[in-house]
Write a protein that binds this ligand. Structure first.
Ligand code: CA
Length: 221
């Protein structure tokens, strides 16, 4: 059993698709159709992650996220109806761990969930990540390429660690700013581009971090 997921989705077709796929992936799914029910159920089960639609009858996903964040650090993945910048930014501001734009494939949902687990589960903090011949060791703070040590600044190290923990998933500049830089956004999303360029140059592996126009970056082997 991979754990219990609280699914908050009022649309039957999306809810059934997601529940079915998550169950086949080994998760136990508690599915509710409103934010009010979600706030009740999250207290009643050992919820490992909340998959939360923004557009709900009654309180919306942002309100639910705020209310949950008031008392718990349970990972929250938000589902947005359109690829709209304000929704994504507000989602991150109210404490969501990530967001996914509808329509999405269940496979992508599970990949995102696993990426969130990798970066939120405490035992994973000391993990060693390897992608191609690039190896990052969180404990010793070492990065090597083909066995050669590479000198990175603290931000470059955190950025690379985030990419490696989310390998195979497109991460937006907003998410990178939020997770790697926190509240200080020096120069906005351009800062991300500058650091990615530096990382590519220092690693000498320009294809490791791919640019997805209008969407963000993805680390691939
Ligand atoms: Ca909805």
């Amino acid at each position: 059993m991979a754990g219990t997921i609280l699914l908050v989705e009022d649309e039957p077709s999306v809810g059934e698709l997601v529940r079915g796929y998550l169950q086949r992936s080994g998760y136990r799914v508690v599915w509710v159709r409103s934010g009010e029910e979600a706030l009740v159920e999250v207290e009643r089960h050992p919820v490992k992650m909340v998959v939360l639609d923004i557009g709900l009858p009654g309180m919306d996903g942002f309100d639910v996220c705020r209310a949950m964040r008031g008392k718990s650090q349970v990972p929250i993945l938000m589902l947005t109806a359109r690829d709209e910048e304000p929704d994504r930014v507000v989602g991150l501001e109210v404490g969501a761990d990530d967001y996914l734009t509808k329509p999405f494939s269940p496979r992508e949902l599970v990949a995102r969930m696993k990426a969130i687990f990798r970066r939120t589960e405490p035992q994973e903090r000391y993990e060693r990540f390897a992608l191609g011949d690039v190896v990052l060791d969180r404990e010793s703070h070492d990065v090597t390429v083909d066995g050669r040590p590479i000198e990175l600044t603290a931000k470059e190290f955190e950025l690379l660690a985030f990419f490696m923990a989310n390998a195979g998933v497109v991460v937006s500049r907003d998410l990178l700013l939020d997770r790697v830089w926190g509240q200080e956004y020096p120069g906005g999303t351009r800062t991300v581009d500058v650091h990615v360029a530096q990382l590519r140059r220092k690693l000498g592996r320009p294809d490791l971090i791919r640019t997805f126009r209008g969407a963000g970056y993805k680390a691939v082997a």
